[in-house]
Design a protein around this ligand. Structure first.
Ligand code: BGC
Length: 763
């Protein structure tokens, strides 16, 4: 009886999984591949099938806690026995060739491994961290960076990257903020789509492309109190309207794989969620690729308290649609028994195997398992062309936050420039976290960049007190120096004898990334003191911020004349920043995230709901605010300055009434009112005034980056259709609701020219 029920359940699950065929993946001959997959599947034993669902990391590079019971020897044997379908963290054309040979030459069916790595923002040539690159608001730029990253990673034998990370993040305490595109689902979706296209190209079998992976499905960015791996409680509308859009964009772009998440979503671990993986992803969205678990996220169902042991965890995960077990040992040790006991139907395993084999076929691994392992191709690593692309990306990701009295750009001659701060001299910090195979200390430091670009200026450096001490690495906790002030007076002296001070402050790159949550997001160590000491003797201070999350910079914003947000910009960081500081490039980035005034404001985001008491109309205390701090961000989402100024005028709507199937053309004139050419990111926001559920105060619905010569004007136009007004509301489906809307066209989420329109009732 139980078995019958399970079979029915299973048929239902598979039917859902197959409901809506392929919006994705590549241009391969799918029916040819299907035939080959079926032929291969029919030859496989149960344990060989389960082997395809099993993934291990190499033992020499671990990106999570090492699991028990698997050493290099047992791993070698398992690959040879066909009990491993994929490996991560094996790199290098020779190493990947060797490991591939174990599978291809020794296992009974010779099924090639799919080799994966976290290629998040570059492989050896480092691009800006994804959060930074989102500040360019240029999906094409992100596509190019991912293309370069794939070209390098595929040259060392890799087939699959665990990127893009498309989690919307709203809480700066979370260290993984740096890996995504910030707080907005619209911008996030555009960047996500572009990155998938960049990694995968048009044809997965091309030897310079690799399979992408949309992660972490879902809602990992909503972990409570910003503490990594923590619980997520989230309502359905937020899940659908805010969290899902970038994931859906990845499916639309044909992404080959998804990764689920460590966290629970409303008490159910994402890895055990049929709703996420079967109903939404494989059902509603018709995703045909496969889902890999996060590192032991199947095994972690045991500590989550939803499975007594890994066997039950394996049952829950496979039933819910997790196809591959990363580093969990849960599938390989338990699925066979679960099938033999009649608890898991083999058809469910077949479905997962099919998905995995299909991607392997699409990558061309069955035609030539070694085609990616060609030492000759490794010369593309960090080649000049890639470094040039990294420099372009670096400067386009910079956001000018403040520039009083036009302190910037700096003159290239005759200036005595003091460059101050450990981060300014660092050739490592700009490489960022999740840096794949970046060579330690291989970035152009800010100091080097200033020397390269600064012409005949006199450039002198003082480190100030050390920022960190001891080992700095991906796997260890960072030690910030809080005891040794030496270097302070030298820095102050240099500042006092200089015309201008460029001081780099913010975060070491190992302060952000996985496992790097913080309760305090202000500048750490002696940085604030160093800034104040320098400012006492020289008011011409330019702060170059390096950081992987929004940080608290109230004093700086109040006092120093110039602040340039430079994140962790990658291999060419110093050159890119210097081009901005000296005016060779006019900065045009805008914040993809709201900058808080205090950690207590977190989570802080522009597209919040209105609350019943949003203003203090009556002047009393009973309204939604803080009594000790403004509730507004220090710098809003979408904010960023330029060396020129832009005027917005002439907002025009083609009509104020939208009907089903119709559109509104919104036009605005933007004029460069300054003396230098510059780029501006023109942003369109709307507000749905009354809905079946409360709607955000603003939602980004369009943007365009334009370039204007001095005094030049351009008309920017956007189209709004009913589709743009759809949301997941009380009816539990995406639809637009008739009623009144406000609209803004402006330079950021807090300013803009306003208009309104009505969506007419549909018949
Ligand atoms: C991270 C993933 C990553 C995986 C493999 C996990 O700890 O959450 O994002 O892809 O490790 O390195």
């Amino acid at each position: 009886m139980k078995k019958q029920f399970l079979s029915l359940l299973l048929l239902g699950l598979i039917a859902v999984a197959c409901q809506k065929p392929g919006t994705n993946t590549t241009s391969q001959n799918d029916s040819g591949i299907n035939t080959k997959v079926e032929a291969l599947l029919s030859k496989m034993t149960l344990i060989e099938k389960i082997g395809q669902l099993n993934q291990y990391s190499s033992r020499w590079e671990l990106t999570g806690p090492a699991p028990e019971g698997v050493d290099s020897m047992s791993l070698y044997n398992m690959v040879k026995e066909g009990k491993v379908g994929s490996m991560l963290n094996v790199t290098g054309a020779n190493a990947t060739r060797k490991i591939q040979a174990w599978a291809v030459d020794s296992s009974r069916l010779g099924i090639p491994l799919i080799l994966a790595y976290d290629v998040i923002h570059g492989y050896e040539t480092m691009f800006p961290i994804p959060l930074a690159e989102a500040a360019s608001w240029e999906p094409e730029l992100a596509k190019k960076s991912s293309r370069v990253a794939a070209t390098e990673a595929s040259a060392v034998g890799l087939h699959w990257t665990f990127a893009p990370m498309v989690d919307i993040a709203r809480d700066a305490r979370w260290g993984r903020f740096m890996e995504g595109s910030g707080e907005d689902p619209y911008l996030g979706a555009k960047m996500a789509y572009a990155r998938v296209k960049g990694f995968q190209g048009d044809d997965l079998s091309d030897e310079t492309t690799m399979a992408a992976c949309a992660k972490h499905f879902a809602a990992y960015g909503f972990i409570e109190s910003g503490r990594d791996y923590n619980t997520v409680q989230i309502g359905d509308p937020t899940l659908h309207n805010i969290v899902f859009p970038p994931f859906k964009a990845c499916v639309d772009a044909g992404v080959a794989t998804f990764m689920n998440a460590f966290n629970t979503v409303n008490e159910t671990p994402a890895t055990a969620s049929s709703y996420l993986q079967r109903d939404i992803l494989k059902g509603e969205w018709g995703f045909e690729g496969f889902v890999v678990s996060d590192w032991n996220s199947i095994g972690e169902m045991v500590p989550h308290g939803v499975a007594v042991d890994k066997k039950e965890a394996a049952y829950k995960a496979i039933t819910a649609g997790s196809d591959m077990d990363m580093e969990g040992n849960a599938y390989i040790n338990n699925l066979e028994e679960l099938v033999n006991e009649g608890k898991v139907d083999e058809a469910l395993i077949d479905d997962a195997v099919r998905r995995i084999l299909t991607i392997k076929f699409k990558l061309g691994l069955f035609d030539d398992p070694y085609k990616y392992c060609n030492p000759e191709r490794e010369k593309v690593l960090r080649c000049d062309e890639h470094l040039a692309a990294a420099k372009e990306a670096a400067k386009r990701s910079i956001v000018l936050l403040k520039n009083e009295n036009d302190l910037l750009p700096l003159k290239k001659d005759g200036l005595k420039i003091a460059v101050i701060g450990e981060l300014a001299g660092s050739k490592d910090v700009p490489l960022g976290s999740w840096r794949a195979k970046a060579i330690t200390n291989s970035a152009v430091s800010l100091l080097e960049g200033i020397k390269n670009v600064g012409g005949s200026s006199s450039i002198r450096f003082a480190q100030g007190p050390a920022y960190t001490e001891g080992l700095r690495s991906f796997t260890t906790e960072l030690n910030i120096n809080t005891t040794d002030r030496s270097g302070m007076s030298e820095a102050r002296l240099l500042a006092s004898k200089s015309d201008v001070v460029v001081i780099a402050l913010g975060e070491d790159c190992w302060q952000s990334g996985e496992g790097r949550s913080q309760t305090d997001i202000s500048m750490k160590g002696f940085q604030q003191e160093l800034l104040e000491e320098v400012y006492k003797v020289n008011k011409n201070v330019v702060v170059v911020l390096m950081n992987g999350r929004p940080i608290e910079i109230n004093w700086m914003a109040e006092n120093v004349p110039a602040i340039v947000e430079c994140w962790h910009l990658g291999s060419e960081a110093g050159n890119g920043i210097a081009e901005v500081l000296f005016g060779d490039y006019n900065p045009a980035g805008k914040l993809p995230v709201s900058f808080p005034r205090a950690v207590g404001q977190q989570p802080l985001y522009y597209n919040h709901l209105h609350t019943g008491r949003a203003t203090n109309g009556e002047g009393n205390v009973f309204w939604s605010h803080y009594t000790d701090q403004s509730k507004e961000p220090l710098y809003p989402f979408g904010y960023g300055l330029s060396y020129t100024t832009f005027d917005y005028s002439n907002l025009k709507l083609s009509t104020n009434e939208l009907t089903e199937g119709g559109k509104i053309v919104v036009e605005a004139t933007i004029t460069n009112t300054g003396n230098v050419a510059g780029e501006e990111i023109v942003q369109l926001y709307i507000r749905d005034l009354v809905g079946s559920i409360s709607r955000p105060v603003k939602e980004l619905k369009g943007f365009e980056k334009i370039k204007l010569e001095p005094k030049e004007s351009k008309v920017v136009s956007f189209e709004i259709t009913t589709k743009d007004l759809e949301f997941y509301g009380a009816s539990k489906e995406w639809k637009a609701e008739p009623g009144d809307f406000n609209l803004w066209v402006g330079p950021n989420s807090a300013e803009g020219m306003a208009a309104s329109f009505t969506l007419k009732k549909m018949n």
